[in-house]
Design a protein around this ligand. Structure first.
Ligand code: NAP
Ligand code: ZN
Ligand code: ZN
Length: 348
């Protein structure tokens, strides 16, 4: 099936229209007509080959939400007309111990990522959600709570799960003081989730213009990270920090805010290695950790929590042909707080 898409032809050229092939649905596949696709900063890193390993042309997009058009004969959880969503993975080995524990993102054989991963069905590389349609095994297809606005739910599939997973794993909840660094797509969901889980939430931002939004989104306190006195007030007090920053920034300054046994979890991926002084970790027994998206069952748990609590993303809806401008604005931290592509603009 030839499908309309938007691709980056190389690391240095803008994205533009491109036709891709999608497979006909197999017995366990779900075919989804994409309504909305969120724009993650990782899309930009991949489109511009900032981490190396990008294979061109690349069709980004891993915050996919749409309506099921066809299902294979063995599909049990979806039927035509249902809302369905797909995040950062479309397959894994499903047999290694990590997969069996629901940690498909750490599959020992390598998870198949939604774009720029080896396509087991058609050969070549997988193509993401900046496209009209996608065909995905039902095991990697998520249900979307009916009460959520579909456009605002799409970015939950990456920005949502990537912040939910570390908050849950490191026990954000009542009695815990949790810091979120950076108020972008991931950060604004980190603030909402940490608040909904019952933690005391402190947002750290470089943007003076985001203070009021930070409070509205759920932070109890907002700290401008360039204000040394404001930072010092939190020294040695935070149980958990989730760092969502996409650019180089001082890590020691945040480690010094952790309490005894506190953990700082990197989810943002600055382009260069960041320096850490050993003493920032040694006293008082701090942990520096990382986290990658989340497993499939955990992603469904996060979506269901959002349905129950009426949580969705704050978005700006764009047309497909505005994607290059959206990337530039994202680089200037000028997004409130996630761009979502209205895929009707690609089909028209
Ligand atoms: P985003 O919307 O662009 O947000 C990043 C935020 O970082 C900005 O809003 C800004 O917040 C802050 N920031 C930007 N430049 C900065 C600088 N020079 N110094 C300090 N802070 C700066 O990006 P996103 O989509 O949330 O993604 C964030 C990062 O997470 C990206 O690197 C992305 O690739 C990565 N990511 C990782 C995973 C994972 O599984 N680990 C999953 C998805 C994305 P303020 O204006 O508030 O300072
Ligand atoms: Zn992402
Ligand atoms: Zn596996």
């Amino acid at each position: 099936m030839s499908t309309k898409a938007y691709a980056a032809p190389s690391a240095t050229e803008p994205l533009g229209p491109f036709a891709i092939a999608r497979r006909a649905p197999g017995p366990t596949d779900v075919e989804i007509d994409i309504m909305f696709c969120g724009v993650c900063h990782s899309d930009l890193h991949f489109a511009r080959n900032e981490w190396g390993g990008s294979v061109y042309p690349i069709v980004p997009g891993h915050e996919i939400l749409g309506r099921v058009t066809r299902v294979g004969a063995k599909v049990t959880r979806f039927r035509a007309g249902d809302l369905a969503s797909v995040g950062c993975m479309v397959d894994s080995c499903r047999t290694c111990d990590h997969c069996r524990r629901g940690l498909e993102q750490f599959c020992k054989g390598g998870a198949t990522f939604t774009y720029n991963g080896p396509d087991k069905h058609l050969g070549g590389m997988t193509y993401g959600g900046y496209s009209e349609k996608v065909v995905v095994d039902e095991a990697f297809t998520l249900r979307v709570p009916a009460n959520l606005d579909p456009a605002r739910a799409a970015p939950l599939l990456c920005a949502g799960i990537t912040t939910w997973s570390p908050l849950r794993h490191w026990g954000a909840g009542p009695g815990k003081k949790v810091g979120i660094v950076g108020l972008g797509g991931l950060g604004h969901m980190g603030v909402k989730f940490a608040r909904a889980l019952g933690a005391h939430v402190v947002l750290f931002t470089t943007s003076t213009g985001k203070v009021a939004d930070g409070m509205r989104l759920g932070a109890h306190e907002v700290v401008i990270s360039s204000d040394a006195d404001a930072m010092a007030k939190h020294a040695g007090t935070l149980d958990l920090i989730v760092d969502t920053v996409s650019a180089d920034h001082p890590i020691d300054a945040y480690l010094s805010l952790l309490a005894l046994d506190g953990a700082m979890v990197m989810v943002g991926v600055p382009p260069n290695p960041q320096q850490v002084h050993a003493f920032s970790l040694i006293v008082p027994r701090r942990t520096l950790a990382g986290s990658l998206i989340g497993g499939i069952a955990e992603t469904q748990e996060m979506l269901d929590f959002c349905g129950t609590h009426g949580i969705a993303c704050d978005i700006e809806l764009i047309r497909m042909d505005q994607i290059n401008e959206a990337y530039e604005r994202m680089l200037r931290s000028d997004v409130k707080y996630r761009f979502v592509i209205d895929m009707a603009s690609l089909k028209g």
